[in-house]
Design a protein around this ligand. Structure first.
Ligand SMILES: [Zn+2]
Length: 434
């Protein structure tokens, strides 16, 4: 048998705790999930801490850690992933996360009255964003693009030669404080700071007397008269997943941030029909797409957001329902091709009792024909605690996946470079030419 391919399923926020509304069972224990149970019975279970015991991961940092990236040195910030998920190209630019905000002009300063402009959203936000969507700054040397995303949020992108993300925040992050001057942290960022100042003033002049804001004021709503950018970031220099781990990767995801993470790591990203990134997503269409992609790729990451959405709503019954619907979609994987490794886990725990991410461990399942099996019978915490894969941290996961997909290179052999831990495919090698 040669090297296996991998389907890697992340049920976002899978980890959980006993819940009084489930007779003190966890959602995994309470759910009817015969297909995951069958894979647990035929495979091995374990428990993993995505980052480290007791550390609540963010979805982005949890994912990066599981994909084998060192979040202490390689994490580029969440804004990048959100921007990439919204198809904002960062090849030549600097991206800022940005809010519509409400300011009051006082003694030439802009005092922040609301950092979210009364949580403006919908058509008001779209119409105002349209007004400032494109701007030429510094006599045409820098191009600014503003893109509205959800509610009061958006992105400001500056494009042009010699820009740098090394500028301080203009957002004071507190109400009642003045908007701050963007200060270049080094000489490279002087032009960025100048362009940003011009954008802030011109955006204010375009927004303050806009019809939408006049109407909002009449209706007693806060006007969205200012754009507050924060967290300047340049494109991440993350090593592609393919060169780090030797796989040709694809992602099946719908949530913008998850698509962004996958793109940032060089995955080809697919969002099949009916995939929404919500509890009502079409899970069968996602698993079907993953199986199709096995023809052209050898590592398929499938992201399911519904479990985490239910957890944040503190709705254990909804989480159970999402797990049961996902389980129906997983039926084709219970009798997998011989060369497939199936991995099912979560990027962190989101216990429904607390409604936020926690540092609890997350159950994990490895299943493939001819791979080890333990005496687990159900995909649930008690079996996972004593499962054959043991307890480990997220940084070990990719090594385990290399191992169970029969791609791990024997320690000490270094045919390509010191860093490489996988058996390279022929097309990844550089031949010596006579
Ligand atoms: Zn998550």
């Amino acid at each position: 048998m040669g090297m296996r391919k991998v389907i890697f399923i992340i049920l976002d926020g899978l980890g959980d705790r006993p819940n009084p509304n489930l007779k003190w069972l966890t959602p995994l224990q309470s759910a009817e999930i015969p297909n995951m149970d069958l894979m647990a019975a035929k495979g091995i279970l374990g428990m993993q801490y995505p980052i480290s015991p007791g550390i609540p991961p963010g979805s982005d940092t949890g994912h990066l850690s599981l994909f084998g990236y060192d979040i202490t040195s390689e994490y580029p910030g969440r804004g990048i992933f959100e921007a990439m998920g919204e198809n904002i190209s960062l090849e030549r630019g600097i991206a800022f996360r940005a809010n519509f905000a409400t300011v009051e002009e006082k003694d030439g300063k802009f005092i922040v009255r609301d950092r979210r402009a009364g949580r403006i959203s919908g058509e008001d936000a779209e119409e105002l964003a349209h007004e400032i969507s494109e701007m030429d700054l510094l006599n045409g040397d820098v191009k600014a693009t503003f893109k509205h995303t959800l509610e009061h949020r958006g992105f400001l992108i500056l494009e042009g030669p010699h820009l740098s993300s090394e500028v301080t925040d203009v957002d004071p992050h507190e109400v009642g404080y003045p908007v701050l001057e963007p200060i270049p942290i080094n000489d490279d960022a002087k032009k960025t700071a100048e362009a940003l100042k011009e954008f802030l003033v011109r955006a204010y002049l375009s927004l303050k007397d806009h019809e939408v804001n006049k109407r909002r004021s009449r209706e007693g709503k806060l006007p969205a008269n200012f754009i507050l950018p924060r967290g300047a970031a340049s494109p991440p220099k993350l090593e592609p997943f393919s060169s780090r781990w030797g796989f040709k990767p694809a992602a099946v995801a719908a949530g913008p941030m998850y698509k962004g993470i996958a793109k940032a790591l060089g995955f080809d990203v697919f969002q099949p029909e009916g995939a929404t990134g919500l509890p009502d997503s079409n899970f069968s269409s996602k698993i079907g797409k993953a199986l199709d992609l096995l023809n052209a790729y050898d590592f398929i990451y499938v992201h399911v957001k519904g479990t985490d959405v239910a957890s944040h709503k503190k709705d254990p019954l909804l989480k159970v329902r999402v797990l049961e619907e996902v389980d129906i979609a997983l039926e084709p994987l219970t009798d997998p091709p011989e060369d497939l490794l199936v991995v099912v886990t979560g990027d962190h725990a989101t216990p429904c009792t607390i409604g936020k991410h926690s540092g609890d461990p997350v159950p994990i399942l490895f299943f493939g024909k001819g791979l080890p099996k333990d005496d687990s019978t159900n995909f649930q915490e008690l079996d996972a605690y004593t499962g054959g894969a043991g307890w480990f941290t997220g940084s070990d996961l990719m090594n385990l996946i290399l191992n169970y997909s029969d791609r791990a290179l024997e320690y000490g052999l270094r045919p390509v470079s010191r860093k490489i831990r996988y058996i390279p495919r022929v097309n990844q090698l550089t031949p010596f030419i006579l």
